[in-house]
Ligand binder design. Structure first.
Ligand SMILES: Cc1cc2nc3c(=O)[nH]c(=O)nc-3n(C[C@H](O)[C@H](O)[C@H](O)COP(=O)(O)OP(=O)(O)OC[C@H]3O[C@@H](n4cnc5c(N)ncnc54)[C@H](O)[C@@H]3O)c2cc1C
Ligand code: FES
Length: 231
């Protein structure tokens, strides 16, 4: 159980929840959160946005009942938290590009803090948010509104590229990697629907080249060449 320190609106339908907690986690890992007792039935997977000794924060987009309940949280409220779960982003030696689309920027901030020489590319369909915060922790920041942020990146300039965003963006990263990438060069963080978060229910099953894997325990971060993307 965590205690809410603050819950601020950072853009329309986007909130930043800061929780008092020393449980921690690594960049790219996630927690299963619930701000309710019985309904909705399932906790919701949300990536670690930022973390220090006594606090952990989550950036969320309101899309349905669960995230709407997150939006109602106030300082002093309690939040059920299980985690951290998932493999997180791999370690990086050399140059790194972090590429986020929409709420897919959420796991990248903590990674940018951990690897301070990263070039960060953020794509938004409308109003950008938290760009000043990203600028502080990155070597360079590129922001695109309404376009396709992937088209401004040359994968071959980087030792590693990590991408998180909507399905179409991950598929585009996969296509681009087929032209220019090497194995274990480009990684994608998947946001498949999840139920248990701990490998027990198979709801998060991902089609991979060598069979099906679980986004919650084998991922959510995968080398892009492992994942089979449907059109
Ligand atoms: C590993 C992981 C990390 C995530 N990190 C974040 C994060 O940091 N911030 C954030 O805002 N969201 C994140 N998500 C997505 C988030 O879990 C869902 O948006 C949330 O569970 C929706 O709950 P809801 O009750 O508000 O909406 P629901 O009522 O459950 O769904 C409302 C709508 O959202 C869609 N939806 C539901 N779950 C997902 C999902 N997993 N991905 C995409 N669309 C979904 C549904 O299809 C439906 O259209 C993450 C998902 C995963 C798997
Ligand atoms: S969410 Fe249950 S197995 Fe992954």
């Amino acid at each position: 159980m965590g205690t809410v320190i603050s819950n601020k609106k950072v853009a329309d339908g986007i909130g930043l929840l800061v929780i008092e907690s020393s449980r921690g986690g690594n960049p790219g890992q996630f927690y299963m959160l619930r701000a309710w007792d019985n309904y909705p039935l399932l906790s919701r997977p949300i990536s670690i946005f930022d973390n220090d000794e006594n606090t952990i924060s989550f950036l969320y987009q309101v899309v349905g009942e669960g995230t709407r309940r997150f939006q109602e949280l106030r300082a002093g409220d309690k939040l059920h938290m299980e985690g951290p779960f998932g493999n997180g982003f791999p370690g990086v030696e050399g140059s790194l590009a972090l590429v986020g689309g929409g709420i897919g920027i959420a796991p990248l901030f903590y990674m940018a803090k951990a690897v301070p020489n990263a070039d960060v590319y953020l794509g938004f369909s409308q109003q950008p948010y938290l760009t000043d915060a990203f600028l502080e922790v990155s070597r360079s920041l590129h922001v695109e509104v309404g376009g396709t942020i992937l088209s401004s990146i040359d994968f071959t300039e980087y030792d590693k590229v990590m991408v998180c965003g909507p399905h179409g963006m991950l598929k585009a990263a996969s296509d681009k990697h087929k032209e220019h990438g090497r194995p274990h060069h480009v990684f994608v963080s998947l946001e498949n629907r999840m139920a248990c978060g701990v490998g027990a229910c198979l709801v998060c099953s991902v089609k991979c080249r060598d069979g099906r894997k679980k986004a919650c325990t084998d991922g959510p971060v995968f080398p892009v060449e492992e994942v089979v993307f449907n059109d």
